[in-house]
Design a protein around this ligand. Structure first.
Ligand SMILES: CC(C)(COP(=O)(O)OP(=O)(O)OC[C@H]1O[C@@H](n2cnc3c(N)ncnc32)[C@H](O)[C@@H]1OP(=O)(O)O)[C@@H](O)C(=O)NCCC(=O)NCCS
Length: 175
């Protein structure tokens, strides 16, 4: 397995497929609008950074990040307590189902801290559903600490009706 930082659009559709696989089923399943998703993923090619893991040349995981200012949901307590202009936001981290539990998520986070431009960013944030215990324990092991929370309204997988998710913002200093 190796991790690379890339803006190669040849990976775009594979990243979109990985997103759909990660967030359209299971406990956190939600409605995914394919056109909106494509626009969303394109933003990381334009204004963010992308780390991907390749296992035998196959895309096995991805971590997408951008300036925290691109996230329109972070609450005031983060703005009041941190230097927003120097904050990075890990917007997505996802590992293909068949590759989970092998340390790839941990290695993507390590690669993030090893490659991020430390002149631009001093703080890292991540947002996670409070019931996503796998992701929470991954971030806590990586040294992230809970600093704020929000309630987010999401569309149910069938697109009819909504449900609420409590999301936690976690923070770690970039050294
Ligand atoms: C969360 C996710 C990225 C973890 O990736 P991963 O490559 O499986 O993680 P790792 O193998 O590096 O495991 C790191 C830690 O996560 C936790 N973890 C991973 N799989 C777990 C499982 N099935 N059950 C409980 N904890 C688990 C453990 O604490 C693990 O540490 P350990 O191996 O020392 O016990 C992956 O499960 C995923 O893509 N999930 C769907 C997308 C998602 O929810 N992303 C996060 C949104 S905020």
């Amino acid at each position: 397995m190796n991790i690379i930082q890339t803006k190669n659009t040849a990976f775009r559709n594979k990243i979109i497929d990985l997103y759909i696989e990660s967030f359209s089923k299971g406990l956190s399943a939600q409605y995914i609008d394919n056109i909106e998703l494509e626009k969303y993923i394109n933003r990381f090619f334009e204004e963010g950074e992308i780390l991907i893991s390749l296992s035998n040349n196959e895309l096995s995981g991805a971590l997408l990040y951008c300036p925290l200012e691109n996230d329109d949901l972070f609450p005031a307590e983060i703005r009041n307590n941190f230097d927003i202009k120097k904050s990075a936001y890990i917007a997505e981290i996802m590992v293909g189902e068949q590759f989970r539990g092998k340390g790839i998520g941990t290695q993507l986070i390590n690669a993030f801290f090893n490659t991020i431009d430390k002149n631009t960013f001093s703080d890292a944030f991540i947002r996670v559903w409070d019931k996503n215990t796998q992701a929470l324990s991954l971030y806590e092991k990586a040294g992230f600490k809970n600093v704020a929370s929000i309630c987010q309204e999401k569309k149910k997988p069938d697109g009819i009706g909504t449900f609420e998710m409590k999301k936690i913002y976690l923070h770690k200093k970039i050294n």
